[in-house]
Design a protein around this ligand. Structure first.
Ligand code: ADP
Length: 457
């Protein structure tokens, strides 16, 4: 069901319910009022008849019947029955006594003084008349034609008003809901026009500052992020293919050279050596590319464990000193943690190892194997690791870009690398809700600071 119809339907239902309660209440009150008025009229007629008959001397029943027929106060279908206390009929203006008027009823009237009852549309009132000389039971009955007519007319008025109001509510509801939802319709149409090829289009926020404008604003923001993501992907692919082409082109020319000329076995060996080096580069590059694509998929919740940072750093230090015996890594606490949880973090060990390995590798590589310090510290929220080197540093203009994929500092080109390590690091640290920052001075060295939330929060 369309929202527009849903709103109108629900709103009309509420109005209809309210109207029903309102009309029901009015009708009930009117019916009560009618009953009271008619009961009053029955009672007056009963008492008047009894008084004339029994309290006024010389007033004959025949005269009363004539008066009754001609009276303007006569009720529609009026009948009156008067019994003495021995249940004998002493007066009636009707020909026969209906069977509802029996001894049991008369006894009830004697006991209760007043009894009301209704037979079809005829309303009856029985009362005990306390006359000057004796007591009598007077039963007065009649049909409230006027009252019933008034009620019927009220029913019709209420029904017509109900239908008219509901009609007005539906028509105005359709109009107002249509107007309120029009901007959504427009946005919907505009969204339908946006494809991967024209991500530049934005939806119209309109002039109002309502929820729909907010929706349009947020949608535009999402498009901005998507566009940026697409742009990054495009530049990633172009950078990656560029990086892949360089060693491939070198391999091709080496093979070409080997095929074109007759070379000595030493020269062939040299060519194979070069091809091996280029192939190693390709393998290392494709490994890095895989890592860049993978961290998020790999961030498997089942592999999340508690990791003691100092142990992770020590194991990396051992690994690195094994693979690069000339490297010197010194790991130390800035402050000894009073609580062991201050240096324990929750995360994926292999991803974190990867991140710290990249940073340590860079520190060794860009400092020409001078000693690298790893300082472990903490604050109330995070465990903080600083990797400090005394290497070539990073030029100011490169500082803000080094976390971009394939970006390499202008002073780094002489050293081997693809410019993807730091961007992988940042992804991994982001996945662990951490932060990575860098401070650096060319020719002085660099400090990479990683903050990861510890367990003692
Ligand atoms: P790569 O080291 O393969 O070039 P990274 O993504 O690891 O790629 O680093 C990006 C750039 O950041 C490097 O090219 C270099 O310019 C700079 N950089 C990173 N770490 C250091 C460091 N410890 N000292 C100086 N420059 C660094």
């Amino acid at each position: 069901m369309k929202i527009r119809y849903k709103i109108v339907f629900q709103f009309s239902l509420i109005v209809a319910l309210n109207l029903l309660i309102f009309s029901g209440f009015i009708y009930y009150r009117e019916e009560q009022k009618r009953q009271e008025t008619f009961r009053g009229r029955l009672s007056k007629r009963a008492i008047t008849t009894a008084r004339l008959l029994f309290d006024v001397k010389g007033f004959s029943p025949e005269l009363l019947r004539i008066m009754d027929k001609t009276s303007v106060n006569r009720l529609d279908g009026e009948e009156v029955y008067i019994f003495n206390t021995k249940d004998q009929l002493v007066f009636s203006n009707a020909e026969t006594v209906p069977k509802d008027i029996d001894v049991a009823l008369l006894d009830r009237i004697k006991m209760q003084n007043v009894v009301e009852f209704k037979v079809n549309d005829r309303e009856n009132l029985g009362l005990l008349f306390d006359g000057k000389y004796d007591n009598f039971i007077v039963i007065e009955s009649g049909i409230d034609v006027d009252g019933e007519n008034n009620l019927r007319s009220l029913r019709q008025t209420l029904l017509i008003s109900f239908l008219l109001i509901i009609l007005v509510v539906i028509i105005s509801g359709m109009f107002l809901a249509g107007q309120a939802l029009q901007p959504i319709k427009t946005i919907n149409y505009q969204i339908g026009q946006i494809t991967a090829q024209n991500l530049r289009k934005r939806v119209d926020k309109g002039k109002n500052k309502d929820e729909i404008a907010e929706l349009a604003h947020n949608f535009n923001q999402m498009l901005n992020r998507l566009e940026l993501g697409f742009e990054q992907q495009r530049s990633f692919v172009s950078h990656a293919s560029h990086e892949l082409r360089t060693p491939l082109a070198a391999i091709k020319s080496e093979v070409q050279l080997g095929l074109d000329e007759k070379l000595s076995s030493v020269e062939y060996e040299k060519i194979l050596q070069n091809i091996l080096e280029d192939t190693d580069k390709l393998i290392s590059l494709s490994n890095s590319l895989l890592q860049m694509a993978r961290p998020i998929d790999n961030f498997n919740l089942s592999k999340i464990e508690s990791i003691r940072i100092e142990e992770l750093i020590l194991s990396l230090k051992n690994e690195l000193q094994h693979s690069k015996p000339e490297a010197i890594i010194r790991a130390n606490f800035v402050n000894i943690p009073p609580d062991e949880h201050l240096t324990i973090i929750k995360g994926n060990e292999s991803l974190l190892k990867n991140a710290f390995l990249n940073l340590l590798d860079n520190a060794i590589k860009y400092s020409n194997h001078q000693p690298v310090d790893v300082l472990i510290d903490f604050d109330e929220k995070d465990c903080i690791v600083q990797i400090v080197d005394k290497g070539i540093g990073i030029p100011k203009e490169d500082l803000q870009n080094i976390f971009e994929p394939f970006y390499r500092g202008e002073n780094a080109f002489e050293l081997q690398g693809f410019g993807v390590g730091l961007s992988i690091c940042q992804k991994i640290i982001d996945l662990h809700s951490g932060r990575i920052a860098v401070k650096s001075e060319p020719m002085q060295g660099s400090v990479f600071t990683i903050s990861l939330p510890h367990l003692s929060i």
